[in-house]
Write a protein that binds this ligand. Structure first.
Ligand code: ADP
Ligand code: ZN
Ligand code: ZN
Length: 760
């Protein structure tokens, strides 16, 4: 991996090699490979004027002659004129795809997350932008250089003359179809002129336009309460300082955070700058988007259903500074705004801000780097911040802004913990216990709406054989199948493997198959049976497959056409419905029992967020949490709306065990089709790491190698190890020492995840 230079045995000596060294410019190029350092190439004369950092080029790589696309990341003086370099063979872009500061940002991501600079570029620049989607090459014609002299010696037929006249009037080549229109002719006269050499064909790129991004600006500003005004004052002071800082807006659910973002962005727009707003998932935030659209003149929403052409079109508009506000999921942090003024990350605790394939970046950390680079503030908002962000704020690395109260003096809803261990209904196999049942009855009688939260989809989470005592598992993954009753199938939620619901156990042939546990589908059935009059809607990724279906469902709920909304995480986020008077958490244990260092944190977040969906009007509201762990601290603190108490408790635990945020962790995952090969590779890498750590930095700990919690996934065996140290630098130093010496056997792949947030 150390052979980073263009090539050494290149035979032809380019002319310029004899020129004075200071005249010679070379290009540094990165490819879509896990390498950090760029390769150096010579720049042939024809490209010398044109080539700039941020453009893609084509050249050959390594000792073969395979031509590949790379990104020019720097143009600099050649230091050693005796060095022989391969030339760049083609320049693919007319203008750079990225600014110099965005190049710097992508380089930092490669270093921070231990992957190649070129891999980052490949992921950050949308495919539609690279392919110039929505533009196409159109056959066009222009007058030949010798056209006038050729015409002078002959008389042209009328139609041909009309074509020539049209071209004379135009400064640019004219596409065939348009030329036929202008000269009122078919292709005949054009071909005739071409044969005579009077006109030349040329391909020209034309742009297809996407939808416009006009906002409506129809809604006026609200009068901020004191708490919101104080928060806004702090943010505006940060904006005016022209300095970078990170602010954590810790505001209760319904404290009016979004309104504060909007006002801060209004300030940014008044300076002629742009703001980026990152939200956890675009399809789940239609309300937020509508709010932004109704308050600004131009809002670009970057969502995943966009075609390549639309994406390209938006990218161009943003790059030209024609968009005031960009709202999108994590990748919107790369929006090419020319004058960034502020980045807002709403619900900063959401795990979707971390990408789970290469480059495995966290949008919050990328935003932090980008904002520091461009000297603008970063604003993080949440009712339940991550312990990482909380620790930084309480240590004064970041500024803490608190909005503890809901707007309009609404109280946070009372949360009741219901111990289901002795519940007569639950013991008979129901999911809705006695207290929740009476609660729903009462809410419906009072014409209130109900939200029921359960984070397991499907009908029954486990298909179980009573004879051999094992769950029926996916043959490719280490996961028991979930019964989807509506499809009459058993489905793997990891790879979507599915079989007709088995009547016999696939391993022992016994007919003693049972379906255990409750998923959202079974809950829906139970709710329908118990509350026959109520109108029920289920929201999970099975029922909401079509783009836009969330929006329709939520609108129905808002209009009061639905009485009970039940679903997964999808319904826990950001929704603001004043008429919801009861929220039920069906089973807090499913979150608590995850084999994950963050299980307690996630449980707290989910209960607090779900609770945030009720009590949003004078009608009030309450929350019932069913659990068999009523004394668990995360459940307790959530029921008391006590984030500070939870954070201090959990931070103590983390500190005692040396876990993040008190240490930095990199997880290395190995996978392959042969279990022994994967196991052996992971173990030998772990041993090497341990040895290197002992020699160079004994405080660095290496855990594993061990089978990953999901040991088989999509047919691959998976093993992992973890490197932990007090700082990122120290993790990286040990890793890079070992990585440079690694040679993976064929069939074993490796991925590094810095600051992992799941350990599956
Ligand atoms: P959060 O993002 O903190 O959950 P929102 O910004 O969504 O809170 O505000 C919750 C509700 O309160 C929304 O319906 C919003 O329109 C309303 N709201 C926010 N600020 C004010 C205010 N200053 N006066 C009146 N209503 C407000
Ligand atoms: Zn069996
Ligand atoms: Zn599977």
């Amino acid at each position: 991996m150390s052979d980073q230079q263009g090539l050494f045995d290149f035979a032809d000596t380019p002319d310029w090699e004899h020129a004075a060294a200071e005249d010679i410019q070379v290009a540094e190029v990165v490819f879509n490979l896990p390498l950090e350092k760029p390769y150096t190439y010579s720049i042939p004369d024809e490209f010398r004027e044109r080539l700039r950092p941020g453009m893609r080029i084509k050249t050959s790589l390594g000792r073969g002659n395979r031509r590949v696309v790379g990104y020019c990341v720097n143009v600099r003086q050649l230091e050693d004129p005796s060095r022989r370099l391969k030339p760049i063979e083609e320049v693919l872009d007319a203008v750079p795809l990225l600014s110099v500061s965005m190049l710097e940002l992508t380089r930092w991501i490669g270093q921070q997350y231990l992957c190649g600079w070129g891999q980052v570029l490949e992921s950050v620049i949308p495919a539609g932008v690279r392919r110039k989607s929505g533009t196409r090459l159109v056959q066009s014609y222009q007058l030949a250089e010798e056209a006038e002299s050729l015409i002078a010696v002959r008389r042209l037929p009328a139609k041909q003359q009309a074509v020539v006249d049209a071209l004379r009037k135009s400064t640019a080549p004219i596409p065939v179809a348009r030329l036929c229109e202008l000269a009122d002719c078919g292709p005949g006269p054009i071909n005739g002129l071409r044969t005579k050499g009077i006109i030349n064909p040329i391909k020209v790129r034309s742009e297809i336009q996407g939808e416009t991004l006009e906002g409506t600006e129809t809604v006026a500003d609200l009068v901020l309460n004191d708490q919101q005004q104080a928060a806004l004052d702090t943010i505006v002071a940060a904006l005016e300082s022209g300095q970078h800082s990170t602010m954590l807006l810790h505001g209760a659910t319904g404290s009016g955070k979004t309104e504060v973002y909007i006002r801060a962005i209004r300030e940014v727009v008044s300076y002629g700058r742009q703001a980026i707003v990152l939200v956890p998932e675009i399809s789940l935030t239609p309300q937020t988007i509508r709010r932004f659209r109704s308050r600004f003149g131009s809002v670009a929403v970057l969502h995943s259903h966009m075609s390549d052409a639309e994406r390209h079109w938006q990218w161009q508009l943003i790059a030209r500074g024609e968009v005031e506000v960009i709202v999108g999921a994590r990748s919107a942090v790369f929006a090419p705004t020319p004058h960034l003024g502020l980045v807002v990350i709403d619900e900063e605790h959401e795990p979707t801000f971390k990408q789970d394939n290469t480059p495995r970046y966290h949008a919050r950390e990328v935003a932090r780097f980008r904002c520091a680079q461009e000297n603008v503030p970063l604003l993080l908002g949440s009712a339940t911040p991550t312990l990482e962000s909380w620790l930084r704020a309480t240590r004064n690395h970041d500024t803490l802004i608190s909005m503890p109260d809901r707007v309009a003096e609404l109280p946070l809803p009372p949360v009741l913990i219901v111990d289901t261990r002795n519940d007569p209904r639950i013991n008979k196999g129901a999911s809705i216990g006695r207290a929740l049942y009476t609660g729903i009855l009462k809410a419906l009688k009072d014409k209130g709406q109900v939200i029921l939260f359960l984070n397991l989809r499907g009908y029954s989470p486990t298909v179980w054989c009573r004879s051999c005592g094992t769950g029926v598992k996916c043959p490719d993954c280490d996961i028991t199948l979930t019964w989807h009753r509506d499809r009459q199938e058993a489905v793997c939620h990891s790879c979507d493997y599915h079989i007709p619901a088995p009547e016999k156990c696939p391993s022992c042939d016994s007919a003693a198959i049972r379906y255990i546990g409750t998923g959202t589908q079974r809950l829906e059935e139970e709710v329908n049976a118990l509350f026959a009059e109520a109108r029920v809607l289920r929201m999970d990724s099975d029922s909401m497959k079509k783009p836009g279906s969330h929006d329709i469902a939520l609108e129905q709920f808002r209009q009061g056409e639905i009485d009970i909304l039940l679903g997964t995480q999808m319904i826990a986020k950001g929704l603001d419905f004043p008429n919801v008077t009861l929220v039920g958490v069906i089973d807090a244990d499913t979150m608590l029992n995850q084999p994950d260092m963050r299980a307690a944190e996630r449980t707290f977040q989910l209960i607090a967020q779900v609770a945030g969906r009720t009590g949003r009007s004078s009608r009030g509201g309450r929350v019932l949490v069913q659990t068999t762990n009523p004394d668990d601290p995360s459940v307790r603190y959530a029921s008391e709306h006590d984030f500070l108490g939870f954070a201090s408790h959990e931070l103590h635990q983390r500190k005692d065990s040396g876990a993040p945020p008190f240490s930095c962790v990199a997880r290395v995952i190995f996978r392959g089709l042969s279990e022994p090969a994967v196991h052996e590779t992971a173990s030998s890498v772990a041993d090497k790491l341990r040895k290197t750590a002992r020699e160079h930095d004994p405080q660095v700990r290496v855990l594993g190698a061990a089978p990953a919690p999901i040991t088989r996934l999509r047919g691959y065996w998976r093993f992992h190890l973890q490197i932990a140290a007090p700082t990122h630098e120290r993790v990286k130093t040990i890793w890079l020492r070992v990585e440079d010496t690694l040679k993976l056997p064929d069939g074993v792949e490796m991925a590094v995840d810095v600051d992992p947030i799941n350990s599956r």
